[in-house]
Ligand binder design. Structure first.
Ligand code: GLU
Length: 512
């Protein structure tokens, strides 16, 4: 059937708001599958629902995919031989294909007003517009031909409905779910086209475009599974059943806790983004956080998302994009929903940050320094890079670097009172003066050489090692945590270290 054709997939979002992280996962799976098979990835903007159109959403989609490194072969920005790729620019095509269905008797024109439909629903419980009810409605099957003509000549508003033949088995073959058979009698005569805005509905536009764009695999979220039987019937009605694409309905992303689909509210409630990029709602002005702005690396997000619904069959977790492309298996995706474990997302970011060269991490840290009022130009590249290297194992996000490395860039503003109470006894200022002397006569500031000299001095004086070293740290860092003390002082150098000890002696009031 589709085997010999070049693999072509499409990501077909509707620009109704920011792309949700679930949509990003769909795009990613399409991308991995296309690359793995040397195929093409199409980005099609499904903007036929003018009511739900949101300005800026299309740009957002393009920007989000670009940030994540999901490359599009044909699309609104890229162009390509099957354009236009924005459905609102393909009206002529849809009009033509609607006409074909009408001419073939596979669709009909319906004039029912919203009020009439409402009345029908009120009169009949579980009313469905289908073979059992359509002859009682106002449409081209039920009305005399001259009446239909008169209404059309008058310019009456109408829709075109698909004429579903009842009592047939409709077979949907899904790569993940297997074969699903449903009876056509449960389907309604879906609206395919609306004269009011001269636009098709999602169903018609989606099928026509998948066909014309030569799509071989429709990889999309599980929420579209209920539409699949209708889509199968549409391919058949158009005479395209033999070249119909393979369906692949991906498992839902579920709440991190409890049951049900992941929603934006879960993100707000538990404090994680559900959008790839920050989104500024054009109507309300509300801002939603994004993975990018929250400090995630795109590679980490890609790796994290790839494993939400698929696994490589062993315990590999860290996989770069090339590894994902070669190992990904569409038919190994799970049927059941994937819990959105955002703690795992942080873990991936942590791991990817560790893999970055320190110099790159330092470059990412510069804007954070600036945001905290530090001018990065006051420090050498090497200084920032080494400071970052010393604390990076403790961070999940670039912004966390500030919490762990701020002291490298400014002297303590205050001294942790608990540590003062514990370590800064009345004798400590004199011991610190002595320490200044020891440091002043060190032959080398190198961590490994300085350390034994200071430790020997502490031992020879019979001082308490923990108290002296923590008091030392308190003056330099402001609190009793951080990287290895002599690594810190090696980087800061003698002048800054000694200046900080002096400042500590002057400013810290000994505990009683
Ligand atoms: N426009 C639909 C969406 O917004 C596309 C569904 C599909 O891929 O067929 O998700």
């Amino acid at each position: 059937m589709t085997q010999q054709r070049k693999v072509r997939v499409r990501f077909a979002p509707s620009p109704t708001g920011p792309l949700h992280i679930g949509g990003v996962r769909t795009a990613l799976y399409n991308y991995l599958f296309a690359r793995q098979n040397g195929g093409d990835m199409v980005l099609r903007i499904e903007d036929t629902d003018s009511q739900r159109f949101v300005p800026g959403a299309e740009d957002y989609i393009n920007e989000a995919l670009a940030w994540l490194g999901i490359k599009i072969d044909e699309g609104v920005r890229e162009g390509g031989p099957h354009g236009p790729y924005r459905q609102s620019e393909r009206r002529d095509i849809y009009r033509d294909y609607t006409r074909r269905l009408l001419d073939a008797g596979r669709a009909y024109i319906a004039f029912d007003t919203p009020e009439e439909l409402e009345a029908a629903r009120a009169a009949t419980p579980n009313f469905q517009y289908d073979a059992s009810t359509r002859m009682g409605m106002r449409n081209s099957l039920a009305l005399p031909a001259d009446e239909v003509k008169r209404l059309l000549d008058e310019g009456a508003k109408y829709v075109v409905r698909f004429k579903v033949e009842p009592g047939r088995d409709v077979v949907v073959d899904d790569l993940i779910r297997g074969r699903v058979t449903i009876n056509s009698s449960v389907l309604d005569d879906k609206v395919l086209y609306k004269s009011a805005d001269d636009l098709p509905t999602y169903h018609l536009a989606n099928i026509v475009d998948d066909h014309l764009m030569e799509i071989t695999h429709v990889i999309r979220g599980e929420e579209w599974l209920p539409s699949a039987p209708l889509h199968v019937l549409l391919y058949e009605a158009f005479g395209w059943a033999d070249s119909a694409p393979q369906f692949v309905h991906l498992p839902l992303l579920l709440k991190p806790d409890g049951k049900g689909k992941l929603s934006k509210r879960d993100g707000d409630r538990l404090g994680f983004p559900v959008f790839p990029l920050e989104w500024h709602d054009p109507k309300s002005g509300a801002i939603s956080t994004g993975y990018r702005e929250s400090g995630y690396l795109p590679e980490a997000v890609v790796n994290f998302l790839a494993l939400l619904g698929w696994n490589p069959g062993d315990d590999s977790e860290i996989m770069d994009i090339d590894t994902l492309i070669s190992r990904f298996r569409l038919d190994h995706c799970s049927k059941s929903g994937a819990k959105f474990d955002f703690e795992k997302g942080k873990w991936f970011n942590h791991k990817y940050l560790q893999m970055l060269p320190d110099a790159e991490l330092a470059a990412l840290f510069r804007p954070v320094l600036e945001a905290h009022g530090v001018n990065p130009a006051d420090f050498s590249d090497e200084y920032i890079t080494r400071a970052v290297g010393m604390v990076k194992s403790r961070i999940n996000f670039v912004a966390d670097l500030w919490d762990h490395a701020a002291f490298f860039f400014r002297r303590p503003e205050s001294y942790d009172p608990k540590a003062v109470k514990k370590r800064w006894s009345a004798e400590m200022p004199a011991i610190m003066e002595e320490l200044i002397g020891v440091l002043g006569s060190l032959p080398s500031w190198e961590s490994a050489k300085a350390e034994p000299v200071v430790l020997d001095w502490i031992a020879s004086k019979g001082y308490h090692l923990g108290n002296v070293m923590n008091a030392f740290r308190l003056t330099v860092v402001g609190e009793c945590k951080g990287p290895h003390m002599f690594d810190i002082t090696e980087l800061m150098g003698p002048d800054e270290t000694i200046a900080r000890i002096r400042e500590g002696i002057a400013r810290i009031t000994p505990a009683e």
